[in-house]
Design a protein around this ligand. Structure first.
Ligand code: ZN
Ligand code: ZN
Length: 231
């Protein structure tokens, strides 16, 4: 990735051509017989503040391209490809990459097997855990589902919950206390709701047997109760 020169030489090149002469990374690449990619890499590696698209294009002194980019609302987009054409080979690669090709079940298995042996070093694990401190956790995480709900699901998946449910059914003779239906998709309903009273989660006196229709009647807000998987 380094067709010419050392970090020191690139430092000088970038200082002169990128900062002072405000040349684009494509032009700088051309000046040094390389593509824009290594130039960009050196910019990052040497901690140069890269210009935004508008600035970069102003540096290019190519107003037509500048206008085009702005009209496309490409602010902040990496524009080194702007005005360049992909080779037929690259185009073909892109096409193949985006045709929705998926790994076969077989190859997924292989990947998963291969990954199973991978062990992170202690240093790496420590680094991972450090990198997560104070970051992107709880409510900041994109997939945060709410602590209460998670707790709820934890209870519902526990063996104690399954025992509680069975004990409630047995006590009620597998009969819906609402309509008297026996068997079928029975639910064990928490009289004091689980979300508000997790401490009553496994209290048999707090449970009652309901068929799914009667259960849906007590929780009109929970439409998914008619799904037999959720009891
Ligand atoms: Zn319920
Ligand atoms: Zn019922």
């Amino acid at each position: 990735m380094n067709p010419i020169g050392t970090a020191k030489e690139w430092q000088a090149i970038l200082q002169k051509e990128y900062i002072e002469e405000r040349l684009s990374i494509v032009t700088i690449g051309k000046n040094h017989n390389c593509s824009a990619t290594p130039v960009k890499k050196w910019l990052d590696r040497l901690d140069f503040r890269t210009r935004g698209v508008a600035e970069a294009l102003r540096g290019l002194k190519r107003p037509d391209e500048f206008k085009r980019a702005v009209s496309k609302g490409m602010k902040g987009v990496n524009t080194w490809m702007l005005g360049r054409k992909s080779s037929e080979e690259t185009k073909e690669k892109c096409r193949i990459a985006s045709t929705g090709k998926r790994h076969t079940v077989e190859s997924k298995k292989k990947i998963s097997m291969a990954r199973k042996g991978i062990k992170f070093s202690e240093t790496h694990l420590l680094a991972l855990s450090r990198s997560h401190i104070g970051k992107n956790l709880g409510p900041d995480h994109w997939n945060w589902k709410g602590g209460a709900k998670t707790e709820n699901m934890r209870i519902r998946r526990s063996p104690e919950y399954k025992q509680w449910r069975l004990a409630v059914f047995e006590r009620d003779g597998f009969r819906c206390v609402g309509c008297g239906t026996v068997g079928g998709f029975l639910h064990a309903h928490h009289i004091l709701h689980l979300a508000k009273y997790p401490e009553k989660a496994f209290d048999i006196d707090n449970g009652t047997t309901l068929c799914k229709e009667c259960h849906a009647g007590v929780h009109p807000e929970m439409k998914n109760l008619l799904n037999p998987k959720i009891a």
